[in-house]
Structure formats: C-alpha cells, structure tokens
Design a protein around this ligand. Structure first.
Ligand code: HAM
Length: 426
C-alpha cells in the first residue's frame, strides 16, 4: 500500500516554511512587547484536563477528541486546544503566587477529529495567549489590541472584530430558563445533540450547526438581553476601552463560542476568505475555569488564532510574508584540488555567520554555476588553482556582475563588508 498522510493533516514544505517562521517570529515579538512570556505545554494530557476544562457538553469533548489508553491504562488525549493545558500548568506550577496578571503565550499544534473543510484540519496550529488575575475590561481590550498589532505588523488589514457577552453564573440561570421555555416545543424536531444539550446546557444549542436546527436557533433569546448589571458594566467598559484605542468592533449577540468555560466577554476575528465558519481567531474571558480545574479563584482571559486560517487570510489579501533568500554566497570550485580548500572556506564563512553553499554532488564547474543560478544565490566566488596559489579570489554580485577581489585569509570579514555594502546600494 502506498504510504500517505492521514486525512486532515498536511506537510509544511520548505517552500512554505518561511511564511510560518515569519508569522511565529512576529507573534512572539508582539506578545513579548505586550509583556507576555512563552509557555510550552505537552501535546497530550490526562483526558480529565479537557473534560473538566473544555466541558463535557461541548462538541470538542463529546465528538472530536483523539483519546486513547496508554500502556499504563491511563486515558490520554491529544490536546484539542491550549487553554485547558495552560490552566492545568498554571495551577500545577503555583503560578497564582506570581505577580498578577500572569501573561502567557503559546504556539501549539492541536488535534480535533472534525469533518474536513476549507480551513478545517484534524491537526492544526494555534497561536494563543492566556492572562490570569485581572478581572477588569482593560485586559480584554489589551489582548484584542495585541491581535490588532499582530495583524498590522504582518501587514494584513484588520479582519472584522465581533464581540459579545455571554454573562456569568449570576445571570446565566435566568437565561437558561428563557432558553428552555423557548425551545420546549421545538426540541423534539431538533437534532439528537440538541436534545441532549437541552438538558445538559441549553446554551450550547445556540451553537448548533445542523441545518434542521438553524431556523429554531435563529430566533432564540440571546444572553446579551439577560445580562446582570455587573456583566453590562463590564461590556460597556470594554467598549469604552476599544473606542479609546480606535479599534473598530461590532457587537454580535450570536457569538457563543464552542467551549464551555467562557464568562462575560467573548470575541472573534472573522473573514470571508477562510472557509464557511470564517473565524480566524476566537477567545474570551473564563473567570471560573481555574477554580473549576482545582486551582484558586483567579479570573482569566485569552484567545487562540488558527495559524492555517491566518495564512489563508494573508494570502487572500496578497500579503507577502516572504523573507530574503537565506543563502547569500555560492563557492564554486574549478578543480579537484580546489575542492578541499572550498570546503574549508565554507566552514569558516558559516562559522562567521555567512550563509553559503558548496557543491555536494560532484558537479562540473558549469553544473555548479547552473545550480547556483537556479537557487537564485546572489553572490558567487570561483576558486581554482590560481586563486589558491595567489591567495586572492573574486566575489561577484550576480545581478549586475560587479566584482570585488578579496584575500582568502581575510575572507569572512571582507566578504561580509562587500555583500552588506552592495546589498544596501542595491
Ligand atoms: P476555538 O475557537 O476552538 O478556541 O479555536 C481557536 C481558533 O483555532 C479558531 O478560530 C480557528 O481559527 C482555529 N481552529 C479551530 N479548529 C480548527 C480546525 N479544525 N482546523 C483549523 N483551525 C482550527 C479555542 O481553541 C480556545 N482555546 C481559544 C481561547 C484561548 N479562549 C480563551 N483562551
């Protein structure tokens, strides 16, 4: 049988990797400028972490997790998202005693057994942040502003920001009663999942993607109409902060998010270019999650951005994340006897930080030149017996043939001066 990729996964090939690396670098840079520190968490956790963290009533936990028993009989799950694992780590490492807020960012792979669609994979990547300890709307605005800065820094026009409030344990019970009243005479015509959600958590019915449920969901009451005064104050505080930062947003009462831990603020950045759901990034506040998972009573807020969806958006906006060709100089040898010298020169150049290539395929002189051209290497240096005898060689800029003669003994310094200066001139 021919070996192939599992459905929903992909290779990121060398001709795409620079896009990923640039996005990763800029995201880390922006997070650090906002005072976030990187955290790395395991790819798998005990299944409980997600059952308790993400919530048993969510589609993610009920249908999409990659769960298996390990050889020690433990139930293990590949992380379907980052928040639950970060909260587990926050608690386990006693980060509650650090100065607040504790601000963390991550760059992870996540795994969900979902139906394949444009922009939807079974293994995908997320850039995310989680901030613990601050309950005011300012931090909600800060992480939204971090995202806007990231989009601006990589050069994509801001995608649409939609915000909503999904209330708190004080106002949610009244809303659930309203939802149950509304759905009471409709639930028998809805999907099996909604029938279960009606009893476990009717709020999840709002998130149903089944065609037969959509007409019922469209007219259902929205949490925003049932907010308590604290939740209202929080939402208007966030609006005030966003306006003062000049961040455009829309209140969208239909945003409920697919995970159970959210309280109050939820938000999404959406676009028309990334598949049917259009969400590049989603997040919100989770003021009860740390406690629910066995930690102290510490509020939290975060987001995660789908990196594949972000790159689709960048491509559709014609944004180039391309970086400079990494290899600058090709050392071409003209004879067997020069090869040994070329090999040693390359070693010296690389140790001095100059990216260069030498032949590793036994190519002829002409074939080496052709290869360097094909790779688009901007500078070339030919070494033959004459160059070895005189200790001098020429570095040529391929775009216009400008050359400079350098002493082989002074090579790393002289090569880098010529290449830096002529690159600037260009
Ligand atoms: P989420 O909305 O489930 O939230 O996922 C965040 C983002 O990950 C989505 O907006 C989307 O871009 C991307 N994503 C999700 N599923 C897939 C998939 N199957 N294929 C490709 N991309 C996908 C969370 O994960 C929360 N942990 C976010 C959060 C952090 N909330 C608070 N803190």
């Amino acid at each position: 049988m021919k070996l192939c990729l599992p459905k929903g996964t992909k290779d990121i090939l060398p001709d795409q990797i620079h896009l990923w690396q640039k996005a990763e670098r800029v995201f880390a840079e922006v997070c650090e400028q906002y005072g976030f520190s990187e955290i790395r968490i395991p790819t798998f956790e005990h299944t409980d972490v997600f059952e308790r963290g993400v919530g048993n009533a969510t589609d993610v936990v009920r249908k999409e997790m990659y769960t298996f028993e390990d050889k020690g009989g433990r139930s293990i799950t590949l992380r379907p998202e980052g928040t639950a694992g970060v909260v587990r780590s926050f608690i386990e490492n006693g980060m509650g005693s650090l100065p607040s807020p504790v601000k963390l960012f991550y760059n992870i792979t996540a795994f969900r057994y979902e139906k394949m669609q444009k922009g939807r994979y079974r293994e995908f990547h997320q850039f995310g942040v989680e901030a613990f300890g601050s309950s005011g709307p300012e931090i909600d605005a800060e992480i939204i502003s971090l995202l806007c800065t990231f989009f601006e820094r990589v050069g994509i026009a801001q995608t649409r920001l939609c915000i909503n409030s999904i209330g708190c344990p004080a106002c949610r019970p009244t809303y659930h009663v309203a939802l149950k009243d509304y759905f009471a005479d409709k639930v028998s015509d809805m999907c099996e999942d909604c029938k279960a959600r009606y009893d476990i958590n009717p709020q999840r019915m709002i998130d149903c993607k089944e065609e037969r449920c959509k007409p019922f969901v469209a007219n259902a009451p929205r949490q925003i109409e049932y907010l308590c005064s604290d939740c209202r104050t929080h939402l208007s505080g966030l609006e005030k902060c966003l306006s003062s930062l000049d961040i455009k947003y829309k209140i969208d009462p239909s945003i409920v998010r697919g995970l159970d831990y959210y309280t109050r603020t939820v938000f999404e950045f959406v676009s028309d270019h990334v598949g049917t759901q259009g969400t590049i990034c989603g997040g919100g506040r989770y003021d009860r999650l740390v406690e629910t998972m066995g930690g102290p009573s510490v509020p939290g807020i975060g987001f995660a951005m789908g990196v594949e969806r972000f790159l689709m958006e960048a491509a559709s906006q014609g944004v180039s994340l391309a970086e400079r060709v990494p290899v600058n100089l090709c050392l071409v040898h003209m004879s067997e006897s020069a090869y040994d010298q070329v090999f040693r020169l390359a070693h010296r150049l690389r140790r001095a930080g100059i990216a260069c290539e030498v032949d590793l395929m036994g190519r002829s002189f002409r074939a080496q030149m052709k290869y360097a051209n094909k790779l688009g290497i901007p500078y070339m240096m030919v070494i033959g017996d004459d160059e070895i005898a005189s200790g001098m060689a020429k570095i040529k800029r391929m775009i216009d043939g400008i050359e400079v003669e350098v002493r082989l003994d002074d090579l790393p310094e002289q090569a880098s001066i010529f290449m830096n200066e002529s690159t600037k001139e260009n």
